[in-house]
Design a protein around this ligand. Structure first.
Ligand SMILES: CC(C)(COP(=O)(O)OP(=O)(O)OC[C@H]1O[C@@H](n2cnc3c(N)ncnc32)[C@H](O)[C@@H]1OP(=O)(O)O)[C@@H](O)C(=O)NCCC(=O)NCCS
Length: 183
């Protein structure tokens, strides 16, 4: 994928934040980078407005600082006046040769602009570079936007976990992406 070849791994702007990909070429001022402590307030707001069972803020701190298997990413917009805004986030757990999609969400006002797809592509290609051979996830049966996106990225349905989600007893659809090493 073209984005993979543009992995930068070095800081741009004047901050010490490691930007993974700079999308200035095709989407002005959108950057994908590793999640930082300062992002957690905005990430938590997006999480709470996106899920009925959101993560507590300390979970994101754990992903940033303690979980050695975690790749926590954010998508960040920078406006003309230099203001930065987190528009979405993704947490991927890379465990030996598997990448597990832990969570992904995009702020409602920024949806349908390709942000989640970009986050997923950066997360998956980074996981592949770190040795992941396949990717896995669970998604609510009713979550058509997410299922459609995962299918677009090449995920296929593997099975169902009945009544997996405790808030409404909804089934989880299990999906996987084989051949991640060729991603
Ligand atoms: C699912 C979610 C992350 C998608 O984010 P997004 O940034 O709007 O998605 P994108 O714009 O990158 O869309 C990528 C693809 O996903 C699919 N998609 C996205 N939104 C969709 C919708 N409302 N209906 C159907 N398909 C949709 C499309 O295939 C789209 O590709 P296209 O634009 O070429 O049609 C977002 O809707 C969200 O945050 N939902 C709440 C949290 C959630 O459900 N997370 C997933 C948990 S498993």
């Amino acid at each position: 994928m073209s984005m993979t070849s543009s992995l930068l791994h070095q800081s741009i702007c004047t901050t010490k934040i490691p930007y993974l990909v700079n999308f200035r070429m095709d989407q002005p001022d959108l950057q994908i980078r590793i999640m930082q402590d300062e992002d957690i307030k905005q990430v938590t707001e997006i999480d709470r407005s996106s899920f009925t069972l959101p993560w507590p803020p300390r979970s994101f701190l754990f992903e940033i600082h303690e979980n050695a298997y975690s790749l926590p990413l954010v998508a960040e917009f920078t406006s003309d006046d230099g203001c930065k805004e987190i528009s979405g986030f993704l947490v991927v757990w890379i465990i030996i040769d598997e990448a597990h999609i832990g969570t992904i969400a995009v702020a409602e006002k920024h949806r349908k602009k390709g942000i989640a797809e970009k986050l997923m592509k950066v997360g998956l290609s980074t996981a592949a570079q770190k040795g992941a051979l396949s990717a896995l996830l669970e998604v609510r049966r009713s979550n058509t936007p997410a299922i459609t996106m995962y299918e677009k990225l090449g995920f296929v349905v593997d099975g169902v976990r009945p009544k997996y989600y405790k808030d409404n007893n909804e089934d989880a659809i299990l999906m996987s992406l084989p051949n991640l090493d060729q991603y």
